[in-house]
Write a protein that binds this ligand. Sequence first.
Ligand code: AMP
Length: 185
Amino acid sequence: MSHTLHFYHMISKELEFAIRDIADFPKPGILFKDITPILKDAKLCTTVIDEFISQLNGIEIDVVAGIESRGFLFGLMLANRLKIPFVPIRKKGKLPFKTVEEPCELEYGSAILELHEDAITPGQRVLIHDDLLATGGTVSAATRLVQKLDGVVAAYAFVISLDFLNANVKLKKVTPNIISLVAYQ
Ligand code: AMP
C-alpha cells in the first residue's frame, strides 16, 4: 500500500471513530451521522481540509460552493485555504440578493435551494461541498444551480458518503472528481 493510501485509510478510520450515529433523527428510520464531534477537534478539522487539498491535487477549482448548513463549515475552511471564493447555497428565502433557484428531493423531505445570481461567473470551475452525500438529491439541485449560472462543476467533496444509496452513479455523469473521506458501503 502506498504512503498516500495508507494515510487516507488512517484518516478515514479516525473520522469514522469521531462521527456519532444518532438513531431516528430527525425522523424515525434515519441513522443521522453527526459531525459535531469532528468540529470540536481542531486538529481533526485541519486533517479534513488537508485531505481534501491532497485529493484535489491537479484539479483546477475557482470557487467552492457549500450547501446549507453543514456544508458551510468545511466549505469556507477549504475555500479559504485554497485562497478562492466561497459561495453559500441556501434554502429558499435566506439569501438577500437576487437568486436563481432549483427544487430538490431530500432523503427526508423536499426543499428549494437558491444561489446568488452573481455567485459564479460563466466558465468558473466550481467545487460543490456538503458534509454528507446520501441520495444525491441535494447536490444534484446544487449542480443545476451552478450550471444555470454557466459554471462548470469540476469536483464534489464530502466528508461522508452513504455509498449504498448509489448517488455516485449520477454524480459521475457530471465529473469523475468525487471525494469522500468516509464511505459507508
Ligand atoms: P441527499 O440529498 O439525500 O444526498 O441528502 C444530503 C443532505 O441531507 C446533506 O445536506 C446531509 O447533511 C443531509 N443528510 C441526509 N442524510 C443524512 C444522514 N443520514 N445523516 C446526516 N445528514 C444527512
